[in-house]
Design a binder for this molecule. Structure first.
Ligand code: PEP
Length: 262
């Protein structure tokens, strides 16, 4: 299985021109890297353009390029009077394959609850897109020893009434993103990330089965850079990474991808 590297551009860059430039540099830098599947999650507005741009410029016959597009958010209804929202079918039509659901910034700034995340997750599954569910504890919760319970509740509620079949066939991913590590430069120790990986596997095994737990791809996110990237894959045994800040610096992001192995 390839290592999954997801770039979360958040609300950056400010123009389509810059977005295309960044995308192009990444595309060139990561071609021929066979062991990684790369997913770029730009702001909604750039998705369609980057999707076209990707196809137009894809005549690198001798190159192996596994570069996909993802969205940073979604709304659960298919269509209708929901001003300002984007539906799963629109994302699919724009060339999206993955969708980040429940990022901590959405939980914090936009009031997304585990129940809302459950609705979004089910909509992503139904549309045949691949969800990347973000979970993680705050620093305060960590210091109080609440990590286990926080993650358990986030996973249980997000997956309410999601069938084991969906988890098996969808390519479903869970990204452990401790909130204290996001954008702080204070990344999680690989040993700690390994413990959390085992914990998440146990939680999924209990709700579903060990077989299903083995099928889910587990990622780490939080101040990933080219120096620490490999340790999460090799030492912590994770299946991929969710990269925020470093994904906006093409050289650094390409190094992240290269450092986990070609
Ligand atoms: C993120 O936003 O998901 C993230 C992991 O950010 P950063 O890499 O900047 O910590």
């Amino acid at each position: 299985m390839k290592t999954l590297i997801v770039a979360n551009w958040k609300m950056n860059p400010q123009t389509l021109r810059e977005a295309k430039g960044l995308f192009n540099l990444v595309k060139r830098g990561v071609r021929n890297i066979e062991r990684a599947e790369i997913v770029i999650c730009p702001p909604f507005l750039y998705l369609l353009n980057l999707s076209r741009f990707k196809r137009e410029n894809l005549n690198l016959k001798s190159d192996n390029l596994d570069l996909k597009l993802g969205a940073q958010n979604i709304f659960w209804e298919k269509k209708g009077a929901y001003t300002g929202e984007i539906s799963p079918l629109m994302l699919k039509d724009a060339g999206c394959k993955y969708v980040i659901v429940g990022h901590s910034e959405r939980r914090k700034y936009f009031g997304e609850t585990d129940e809302i995340i459950n609705k979004k997750l089910k909509a992503v599954f139904e549309a045949g897109l691949i969800p990347i569910l973000c979970i993680g504890e705050t620093e305060e919760q960590k210091n109080k020893g609440e990590t286990r319970n926080v993650l358990k509740k986030q996973i249980k509620t997000a997956l309410k009434r999601v069938s084991s079949y969906k988890l098996q066939v969808s390519g479903f991913c869970i990204a452990y993103e401790p909130i204290w590590a996001i954008g702080s430069g204070n990344s999680c120790e690989p040993k700690e990330a390994q413990k959390i990986r085992i914990l998440i596997e146990k939680i999924i095994s209990k709700i579903y089965s060990p077989k299903i737990a083995g099928r889910i791809r587990l990622l780490y996110g939080g101040s990933v850079n080219s120096k620490n990237a490999k340790s999460y894959i090799k030492e912590a045994g994770l299946d991929g990474l969710l990269v925020g800040g470093a994904s906006l610096e093409p050289k650094e992001f390409i190094k992240v991808v290269k450092n986990i192995g070609t």
